[in-house]
Design a protein around this ligand. Sequence first.
Ligand SMILES: C[S@@+](CC[C@H](N)C(=O)[O-])C[C@H]1O[C@@H](n2cnc3c(N)ncnc32)[C@H](O)[C@@H]1O
Length: 350
Amino acid sequence: MNEDVLMNLVNDAVGDFGSILTGALVVLGDRLGLYRALAAAGRPLTSVELADEVDCAERYVREWLNGQAASGYVTYTGDGRYRLTAEQAAAFTDESNPACVIGGYQAMLAATRAVDQLTDAFRTGNGVGWHEHHHDLFCGTERFFRPGYIANLTSTWIPALDGVEEKLRSGARVADVGCGHGASTIVMAKEYPNSTFVGFDYHQPSIEVARKAASAAGVADQVSFEVASAKAFPGTGYDLVTFFDCLHDMGDPSGAAVHVRESLTPDGTWLIVEPFANDDVADNLTPVGRVFYSVSTLVCTPASLSQEVGAALGAQAGEGRLRAVVAAGGFTRFRRAAETPFNLVLEARP
Ligand SMILES: C[S@@+](CC[C@H](N)C(=O)[O-])C[C@H]1O[C@@H](n2cnc3c(N)ncnc32)[C@H](O)[C@@H]1O
């Protein structure tokens, strides 16, 4: 036994205890408007002033502030007052900023709530469906991914595809499959007003939220949302079919690939955005890989196992395994069109 190695493990664990608990405190701060009130104040506030602003009990707010200050998410100014720096305000209140982490906390904390269901699932091998999770997972996922779609989708990812941007500008038909709350669908619809979009997801409550979001965004005449699975969504002759962060959640990704191939025009494009991963496990043992393998254990792998076939690609499938899925669908062309530290952006063509 090497005592130094053991103490390093214990020190890492103390950091992780803080991370787990801080996740809950961040979600409380978001739900109760604590960050937003601190940011809006424009000056350091006491716990009494902040509690007054958000109509909460001061004793709770004081304890929350000290926990957040210890995390470095709120700044203690040393005189019983607390403020948000510009960077803290961006990360915890500005959902138009790609650096906003609030949705990530909401989704990750929701994922951890599945630990009881997963204790059984590990033993039986049965799945836990996406729809069986706490509703914060659906809302948090949308909030986490939307800033990235706003930052990358129409400025980088679609222009990286062969000839797709031109088609969308002049008027194309697009299916956004596994669309969740429709963040990606709506971002595309706003940028390409001559095109029409239909979002499909098997999760009825998400489709209802997506419909309301399209109306609120003023794109309801261009966008519709329907409940359908990836292997059976209606329509043919799509110029573009998109799958954002959902192929690996599906039980039968190869079956979905076959259906996408049949639904596209002969000249169409399948855009697949998946979590960034290398092909070899050893190359994914990074801070980002840690998050993705963990969320994959709690959400993505059980989601796939809950569906027919249960291929369980996992959120760290990597390009090689995704290429095999695409080839099984009858696609003859496949390439990595773009990437970010968090995303693989893949183009498949018939
Ligand atoms: C991680 S979420 C991504 C949602 C959305 N694309 C986004 O980027 O915000 C995965 C989505 O895939 C959907 N999904 C899972 N299996 C599906 C299937 N077989 N057919 C259609 N949708 C599916 C889930 O309901 C969920 O909305």
